[in-house]
Design a protein around this ligand. Structure first.
Ligand SMILES: NC(=O)c1ccc[n+]([C@@H]2O[C@H](COP(=O)([O-])OP(=O)(O)OC[C@H]3O[C@@H](n4cnc5c(N)ncnc54)[C@H](O)[C@@H]3O)[C@@H](O)[C@H]2O)c1
Length: 322
């Protein structure tokens, strides 16, 4: 989707952090943007920020775990702005800790938002996108944790791998339909993610109470630090993130990577996979059979990925093209 002006975006978790950064950048570039979020107060606050801007932004209260509410939200989005061209499956919760401490409730809650929520987005909006035939794009916000196991966040990592995998599978399926699909893989971004545990539904147990409390302190430290303090430099600004996502959409990137700091970590995982391939002669009859059966031994979607150069500009375009 090279040209975005006049098109409609639907962003889950759009009232805060990365979703709000994307919404702002998309709207500044002429898109009509629906921000869908479970927190009414966050929607109100976000809309107050858009007051007097002339940007086309419409808030919808939505819990992505509800299939029926997702359908109602998509209906409302189409009524207000017309056909949806861009779906950003972005809502997520940053509750983390080791798998060995997890309760079933921890698994169930995180899975319902971060995997079922993405499934609901695709099941609801992809058929509409295919039906209007004007082309489109889907962005699944995964994480660096969606491509390598980045620490004490086992459930989060498991689910982020799933949404990365879904983006890859869907991209191949939709290759001939003028609908691009990206997995967005950010590192640290300045958002409200450390307060996610506050959204835990009543009655659910957790093995992560200690981590939740630690994150709350960290959130306060981030909030109180001046912009030039070292702690403020750790994370990326959500507007810059939005510009990087828009560039990825315009470029039709399979993987949108905002943080080049993770190059070494990614390389280490790719190298480990390659080292794990048995060093032995190929079995010619098995290879011939696999080829005859049309088994996908090399997935063509990977060949198209190229490297973006430098940071993008405010229109989500490359500043330097080599
Ligand atoms: N902040 C980071 O450093 C970082 C890094 C990698 C990936 N991510 C991912 O980015 C995405 C956005 O997170 P963020 O950092 O902007 O956090 P955030 O907390 O600022 O924003 C997430 C939004 O999702 C909403 N949400 C939560 N549950 C929901 C539900 N059931 N239905 C609808 N909305 C719901 C929240 O209300 C919130 O407004 C998440 O998927 C997160 O996993 C964040």
């Amino acid at each position: 989707m090279q040209e975005v002006a006049g098109k409609t975006a639907f962003i889950t978790g759009g009232a805060s952090g990365i979703g709000l950064g994307m919404a702002t950048v998309f709207a500044r570039n002429g898109m009509k943007v629906v921000i869908a979020d479970v927190r009414q107060e966050a929607l109100d606050e976000a809309m107050a920020g858009f007051a007097n801007t002339n940007l086309a932004v419409h808030p919808i209260r939505l819990d992505v775990t509800s299939r029926t509410d997702f359908v109602a939200a998509a209906d409302e989005a189409e009524r207000v702005f017309g056909p949806i061209h861009l779906l950003c499956n972005n809502a997520g919760i940053g509750v983390t800790g080791p798998i060995k401490d997890a309760t079933y409730d921890d698994w169930d809650w995180l899975k319902s938002v971060m995997l079922d929520g993405v499934i609901n987005g695709v099941q609801t909006i992809l058929p509409r996108m295919r039906a209007h035939g004007q082309g489109g794009h889907i962005v699944n916000t995964a994480s660096m944790s969606g491509v390598f196991a980045s620490g004490d966040a086992g459930i989060y990592i498991t689910l982020k791998y799933a949404v990365t995998g879904m983006a890859e599978a869907l991209r191949w399926e939709l290759m001939d339909e003028n609908i691009g699909v990206s997995a967005f893989l950010p590192g640290g971004v300045r958002t409200n993610i450390f307060m996610s545990h506050k959204l835990r539904p009543d009655g659910m147990t957790t093995g992560y109470a200690e981590q939740d409390a630690r994150k709350e302190n960290l959130a306060a430290a981030f909030r109180d630090a001046p912009p030039d303090a070292p702690i403020s430099q750790i994370t990326m600004d959500p507007i810059e993130v939005g510009e990087r996502v828009l560039r990825g959409i315009r470029r039709n990137d399979l993987f949108i990577i905002s943080h080049p700091e993770f190059r070494e970590g990614l390389q280490a995982r790719c190298d480990a996979l390659m080292r794990a391939v048995p060093d032995e002669p190929l079995n010619p009859s098995r290879l011939a059979m696999l080829r005859q059966m049309g088994t996908l031994l090399v997935q063509p979607i990977y060949a198209d990925q190229t490297t973006p150069h430098g940071a993008p500009d405010a229109e989500g375009r490359e500043k330097t093209v080599r």
